[in-house]
Write a protein that binds this ligand. Structure first.
Ligand SMILES: Nc1nc2c(ncn2[C@@H]2O[C@H](COP(=O)(O)OP(=O)(O)OP(=O)(O)O)[C@@H](O)[C@H]2O)c(=O)[nH]1
Ligand SMILES: [Mg+2]
Length: 500
C-alpha cells in the first residue's frame, strides 16, 4: 500500500519537473528559445491575465451552480388562470402577507400605476363625452344663440367641452408614460389597459419617473422640507397635472348629465369581470393630490395586465405557526424560507409560455372566478366559466404537473354575489344547472363539485382536492386564506423531503 502511494507521488513529481515532450499544451505555452526579457514580461503578464479570467469564469460558474441548487431547493408556486381571474391581485396579497417590507418599498411604483389607472378611467369618460358631443353636433348643429346641445335624454354643454379641453394634457401625459412601459410591438389599441412585459425593467422606468430631484430634500428657512414642485419632479411624473385636474375630474364624474350619457350608451360603471374600470374615480379626491400615498388596498386593487411570465422571489419575513393553520405544530422553518412565485399572463395567446415553468413546481394556485355570464375579452364567443373549466382540465391532466398540488381559488366571490343579487339566473347560461337554487352557496357548491370531479378523474395519480372561495380585493380575508395555503404547501414540501 505504502509502495503504491510512493510510486504515485514520484510519478507526479516527475511530471511537474519534466513534462513529456509530446504534451500539446506544454508545446503551446513553451517560451520561444530566443525570447527577450521584454517579451518574457509581456508573455508572463498575458498568462497572468488569462489565469485571472479563467478564475473569474470558474467562480461565476460555481456561483451559478450554487444559485441553481438553491433554486432547486426553494418552493415554487405557479399562479394560473385566465386573464383577469385575479392572479396578480393574489400575488400582491401574497407579498403583503409574507413580504410586507418589500410590498411597502414598492409603494411609489404602484402610486404611478394607480394614477395611470385613474387617468385611464378619465380617458374612457372623455372618449364617451367626445363621441356624444360629436354625435349631437352632427344631429343638431348648434345655433349661435345657445350653448347647449339638446340630446334625446340629456344635455351636454360647452361647460363639458371646456372641461374636456382642460383635461387633454392629462391624456398626453398618460400616452407618453405608457409608451415607455408597454412591451415591444404591443399595440395599445388592442387593449386599453396598462401592460408591461415581464422582466423588461419597467420598474426602473417607474422609479426614474417617481424620483424626486435632490433639491426637494433641501429645507426652507424654518427647517421644514421644501414641498416638491414641478422643478423637483420628473417631467413624466403625473402627480402635479393630476392634482391640478382634480376638481374637473370630480365635477365630470359627479355630473348627472354625464351619468345619463354613460347609461344611455350602455357603459357600465363597473365592468362585470371585476375590472372596476371606473373604480379609482370614486377616490379622485384622495388620489389626485400632490402628496398621495397609496393605501395597501389601493395597491392590491391596481390593475396592470401581465405580459409573459413574471418570477417573484420571496424570503419569508415572518413564520406563521401551526396554531394558525390548525396543523397543531409550529412550522418555524417557514421564516427565511425561499419561495418563487410565478405570475403569468392569462390570455389565450400567452398560455403556451406557461409550459417551461411546469417543471419541478410544488404547487399551483388556480384562479377561477365563477363568471358564468361573461365572455373572454380575446374571444367574445367563449364563455369565461367554460374557458376556466377547459383550462382546469388541461392543468389537472398534464403529466408534467402530476406531482404538484393544485389549489383551486374560486375568486371574485363578491362579484358572484352581486351578479346573483341582481337577479341574473345561472340556468339561463348553464342549462345543466336546471332549477337549482340561485343563491351563492348552492351555485358555488354546484361548480365546486364540477371542478372536484374533473380533478379526480383527470389527475394522473390520486391527489387531494383543495378549494377556497376568495375575493382578492378583500385583503384581510385573502391573507387568512393564504396563511393556510402556505402552511399546506410547506408541509407537503417537507413531507416530500421526508423532513416531517
Ligand atoms: N371585485 C373583485 N375584483 C377583483 C378580484 N380579484 C381581482 N379583481 C380585479 O380584477 C382585475 C384583474 O385582476 P388581475 O389580478 O390583474 O388579473 P390577472 O389574472 O393577473 O390578469 P392577467 O394579468 O391579464 O392574466 C383587477 O382590476 C383586480 O382589481 C376579486 O376577487 N373581486
Ligand atoms: Mg396579471
Amino acid at each position: 500500500m505504502a509502495a503504491t502511494k510512493y510510486r504515485t507521488r514520484s510519478s507526479l513529481e516527475k511530471f511537474s519537473v519534466k513534462p513529456p515532450q509530446d504534451d500539446a499544451w506544454s508545446l503551446l505555452f513553451r517560451p520561444p528559445q530566443d525570447e527577450s526579457p521584454e517579451e518574457r514580461n509581456v508573455r508572463l503578464q498575458q498568462q497572468q491575465e488569462a489565469q485571472r479570467v479563467s478564475r473569474e469564469i470558474d467562480e461565476s460558474l460555481q456561483e451559478s451552480k450554487k444559485l441553481y441548487d438553491k433554486k432547486k431547493k426553494a418552493i415554487k408556486v405557479l399562479l394560473l388562470g385566465q386573464a383577469e381571474s385575479g392572479k396578480s391581485t393574489m400575488l400582491r396579497n401574497f407579498q403583503l402577507a409574507f413580504s410586507p417590507t418589500y410590498f411597502h418599498a414598492e409603494a411609489t411604483i404602484w402610486r404611478t400605476i394607480i394614477q395611470l389607472n385613474l387617468i385611464g378611467s378619465v380617458k374612457k369618460l372623455l372618449a364617451v363625452i367626445e363621441d356624444e358631443l360629436e354625435f349631437a353636433g352632427s344631429r343638431s348643429p348648434r345655433s349661435p344663440s345657445t350653448t347647449s346641445l339638446s340630446l334625446p335624454h340629456n344635455t351636454l354643454s360647452d361647460h363639458h367641452r371646456r372641461i374636456r379641453l382642460r383635461l387633454l394634457p392629462l391624456l398626453s401625459m398618460e400616452t407618453n408614460l405608457t409608451r415607455q412601459l408597454l412591451p415591444e410591438h404591443y399595440d395599445p389599441s388592442r387593449s386599453p389597459e396598462i401592460c408591461v412585459r415581464a422582466g423588461s425593467g419597467w420598474k426602473s422606468v417607474l422609479e426614474r419617473v417617481t424620483e424626486v430631484n435632490p433639491l426637494s430634500t433641501h429645507t426652507n428657512r424654518s427647517g421644514h422640507p421644501r414641498p416638491t414642485t414641478s422643478e423637483t419632479r420628473s417631467k413624466d411624473d403625473p402627480t402635479l397635472v393630476l392634482a391640478a385636474s382634480r376638481d374637473d375630474i370630480i365635477s365630470l364624474w359627479e355630473d348627472s348629465a354625464i351619468r345619463d350619457v354613460l347609461k344611455k350608451r350602455g357603459v357600465r360603471l363597473e365592468d362585470t369581470a371585476g375590472l372596476q374600470v371606473f373604480s379609482f374615480l370614486n377616490d379622485t379626491a384622495r388620489i389626485a393630490t400632490v402628496d398621495y400615498i397609496p393605501t395597501e388596498a389601493d395597491i392590491v386593487r391596481a390593475r396592470l395586465r401581465t405580459f409573459g411570465v413574471e418570477e417573484h422571489r420571496f424570503l419569508m419575513e415572518n413564520g406563521t405557526h401551526g396554531a394558525n393553520s390548525g396543523l397543531g405544530y409550529s412550522l418555524t422553518s417557514n421564516a427565511g424560507s425561499e419561495w418563487y412565485v410565478y405570475d403569468v399572463g392569462g390570455s389565450r395567446n400567452m398560455r403556451p409560455q406557461w409550459v417551461p415553468y411546469f417543471d419541478d413546481v410544488q404547487a399551483i394556485i388556480f384562479l377561477a372566478p365563477l363568471a358564468f355570464n361573461q365572455v373572454l375579452d380575446e374571444d367574445r364567443q367563449v364563455n369565461r366559466l367554460e374557458d376556466s373549466i377547459f383550462l382546469w382540465k388541461e392543468v389537472c391532466s398534464n403529466p408534467l404537473l402530476a406531482r404538484a398540488n393544485i389549489i383551486l381559488f374560486l375568486n371574485k366571490m363578491d362579484i358572484l354575489a352581486a351578479t346573483l343579487a341582481a337577479g341574473i339566473r345561472v340556468a339561463e347560461y348553464v342549462p345543466s344547472y336546471g332549477d337549482g337554487s340561485n343563491d351563492v352557496a348552492s351555485v358555488t357548491k354546484y361548480f365546486r363539485e364540477k371542478f372536484r370531479a374533473y380533478h379526480k378523474r383527470l389527475s394522473p395519480k390520486p391527489r387531494t382536492f383543495f378549494c377556497h372561495e376568495t375575493s382578492a380585493i378583500d385583503t384581510k380575508a385573502t391573507q387568512a386564506v393564504l396563511v393556510g395555503v402556505r402552511e399546506g404547501i410547506l408541509r407537503n414540501h417537507l413531507e416530500k423531503l421526508n423532513v416531517i
